[in-house]
Ligand binder design. Sequence first.
Ligand code: NIG
Ligand code: FE
Length: 418
Amino acid sequence: MMEKTLIYNIGSLLTLRSMKRGPRTGKYLSDLGIIKDGAVVVSGEKIIRADKESVVLRGLRRESIAKEINARGMMVSPGFVDPHTHPVFYGTREEEFGMRLSGMKYLEIAKAGGGIRNSARRFRDASKTDIKKQTRGVLKRLLKHGITTIEAKSGYGLSFESEIRSLVILKELDGKYNIDIIPTFLGAHDFPDEYQNNREEYIRIITDEMIPFIAKHKLAEYCDIFCEKGVFNIDQSRRILHIAKRYGLKIRMHADEIHSIGGAELASELKAKTADHLVAVSSKGIKMMAKAGVMPILLPGTSFSLNTGKYAPARKMIEEGLAICLSTDCNPGSSYTESASLIITLACLHLKLTPEEAFVAYTINPAYSLDRGHLYGSIEKGKIADLLIWETANYKEIPYHYGVNLIKSVIKRGRRVI
Ligand code: NIG
Ligand code: FE
């Protein structure tokens, strides 16, 4: 018999269930499926009941329950699913934050040898043990902020050996610190120092050496690229991503973050799973994404931390029927945060999402963006029991009460871990 846990006295239970199956768009982006005075029963790692407490208790033999958790009238929501993170890096880049404070731009710093290449140098000089230790710190902070599943990218190694090391670290850490990790290969994050003047050779290493090895050893599920002016252009991106697809990797893309260069259009052409950032996306790009079913991952923390004043046109995307998602973009350069709640605040203020839309975009939609809508993102029978117990009964407090962590407890795969 599997051990059962009852979570009861839930003032508001955000189940995120909906009539609509699959990624939520339009009015379904506001469907939180709230149950007042709810209860949840968990058996092993899975949810077996989620309903009104009176209904749940009626059908329950109390002696079959090994553990009870009193939510004290507060809110319970699904764990956040963060669909765009870069948690494997070594060292930090606060000096670049300082340079930006004195007026330098993100791409200027990168061009001068800072940015991603700065992180790559540190990564290569560090031992695997030290990198792993630092990544573990990121995971622990993500979990404290209620993030129970992440998509995680490599991309600070920029050489065969160090990109593989990055993905191996992710594999080793998957599930170890109560966060499920879905790995993405991002060898095409930038051109490393040694190939600045021979970019084609680095592309060859990615397509002929890294991708085949990663596919063979199943080290990543997705392939991503930083498609941007001065980094990987459209043509190079198309070539790399075509090869990735041929090897069975699914596609996510850093697209149209700073310059409108047709990233969203390429993502649509390639039937990518997601196109991320999209601050400078064109109207045509949005329309093409809608048609191709590409999900936008919006990263308002990046606009905020880079202090560009420019945010992705989220309302326009919603109007066009896109299934928006939110994420931290947690990385040491452009968005060093593990706080999902802060991202929700920024999404409401700058992307003009409603609190309801922000919750959908941080739970069920990102689960679908990772092809795991059947496992995560809502509190329904059969799903993995990843639950957050909050210090408030009202989800509307989350964007409003900003810069603090209102999470009281985290339940991961049926076990209380915080
Ligand atoms: O998503 N834009 C490219 N990649 C990261 C930033 C990486 C870095 O600056 O270290 C991003 O913002
Ligand atoms: Fe990113």
